[in-house]
Write a protein of this length. Structure first.
Length: 235
């Protein structure tokens, strides 16, 4: 497993002394992998400088799970090995919502749709634009690479799942928007990505991605803080 610390204390704000550690919110991230060049590339965005949370850092598209993510139909469902890994940390329905949140957030932040045609008459409000043109989420394209829980010394905490998908499963590989979350979006190769200003959890997951590319049988990892130290497990 990767040895890098996934969330160094110096990387961001810490909660006040005596403040109770906030409960982590479920969140998801999607790492899109593009292989049509000399080296594999991933889609990354630079967070807006005005954000209190990780300003100017380069990250993958992602965000918190929404209620609508529990109600949206899909064109395809998660593959069984992916679902089983997710269910080691969440029930089936919540695991599915986590996957859908990663797909939705990628569309909201970059205008990229991991989707294919489907007859889905029920569309929750947050998903209406995504599903225009008779498209619906393609969950079978997703793989799980990691789970990371923000350490208890942070004022904001997330229980985040990091998914990957091949970019050729997208409707288009050209980002069609930049949301208020991101100031810049780019496809960058893995060497370039490691040289960017990254949160340590993003750097940790990039290392896991490199391991997975070298060994496709590598299992997803779960990383968290327990009793003051980093704990790594295989899912």
């Amino acid at each position: 497993m990767s040895k890098a610390t996934y969330d160094k204390p110096a990387d961001g704000a810490q909660k006040s002394a005596g403040q109770r550690a906030p409960r982590p919110r479920d969140a998801s991230t999607l790492i899109l992998l593009r292989r049509d060049g000399a080296q594999p590339r991933v889609l990354m965005g630079r967070r807006h400088a005005s954000h209190k949370f990780m300003p100017d850092k380069w990250v993958f598209p992602g965000g918190a799970v929404d209620r609508d993510d529990h109600r949206v139909p899909a064109a395809s469902e998660l593959r069984e090995p992916v679902l089983q890994s997710l269910m080691m940390t969440a029930p089936a329905a919540r695991s599915r919502a986590l996957a859908l949140a990663a797909v939705r957030e990628t569309f909201e932040e970059a205008g990229l749709r991991l989707a294919k045609p489907a007859d889905t008459p029920r569309t929750p409000p947050l998903w209406v634009e995504f599903m225009e043109g008779g498209l619906a989420p393609d969950l079978s394209a997703l793989d799980l690479i990691a789970r990371a829980i923000t350490p208890p010394y942070r004022p904001r905490r997330f229980d985040a799942r990091f998914f990957t998908a091949e970019a050729d499963r997208l409707v288009s590989m050209t980002p069609s928007r930049i949301s208020g979350e991101l100031e810049e979006i780019a496809w960058v190769d893995l060497t370039e990505a490691q040289a960017l200003d990254l949160p340590s959890v993003t750097r940790f997951v990039l290392q896991e991605l490199e391991h997975r590319l070298s060994d496709p049988t590598r299992r997803p990892v779960s990383v968290k803080y327990s009793r003051g130290s980093q704990k790594l497990e295989t899912l």
